[in-house]
Design a binder for this molecule. Sequence first.
Ligand code: SF4
Length: 271
Amino acid sequence: MKVNFREAKSIITKSNIPSIDYVINPYTGCQHGCIYCYAEFMIRFTNHKGEKWGDFLDIKTFDFNKIKPQKYTGKRLLLSSVTDPYLPLEKKYQNTRRILEKLVDTEAEVSILTKSKLVTRDIDLFKKFRNIKVGISISTLNDDFAKKIERGASKPSDRILALKEIADAGIETYTFVSPYFPEITDFKAIIRKAQTFTDTFSFENLNFRPHNVSRIKAIIETNFPEYLAVYEELRKDRSYWNLVESEIRNYCENEGISFKIEFHHGGFSKS
Ligand code: SF4
């Protein structure tokens, strides 16, 4: 892992994600190195041409005293969109924690999204916020498969335990079933596992991008060759997603589960 320090001009930036006003990315790059990552386009914008996503991390340096919590009243803030706020190196550099410390008085709606159990470290801070929700993203309950697609992230079983600990502390939680891997993501099993400590479930489909297609195909071919044809077909005909969407909708409505479907918006980045 190549680690650099880079001065950031700003740390809370306007967002183009639907329903999010500002995003906070304490780092550039992401140690989790997910094979499907939609944030990989960042390589082009951040002097990392030729490097591999997941192999570098820029620790943003910034005067955190410049953060003005009152500036975001009524706005929706997401931490994070093109990195994970609780990367292994967050333990050492604590950018996320320092940003949250400056934001505790905000009247914004703050949403934390992670694939890391380290998130429980900041429960003390989450408790100080007026309007905060903390979520994990998860595609599978299979720890072995998760290791193959999200090599640096916490095991799904640990993410689930972390979410429970957060909910037990009285904090609003959500489970983001994302990305939904056709034929592999068992959304009902995920709901059953997390239902008692999740306030809202949301769902996002797997998006194919030129940079991730060959990696996704290789993983499916090696681990689930029986589904390869489905993945090939899916790239030509997206109607499969409509079926998945109605299955989720029917299940959640019947079970009385609070849910949001975020299919088709194209991931966290503009392609
Ligand atoms: S955790 Fe998110 S930002 Fe990091 S590699 Fe995975 S998908 Fe990309």
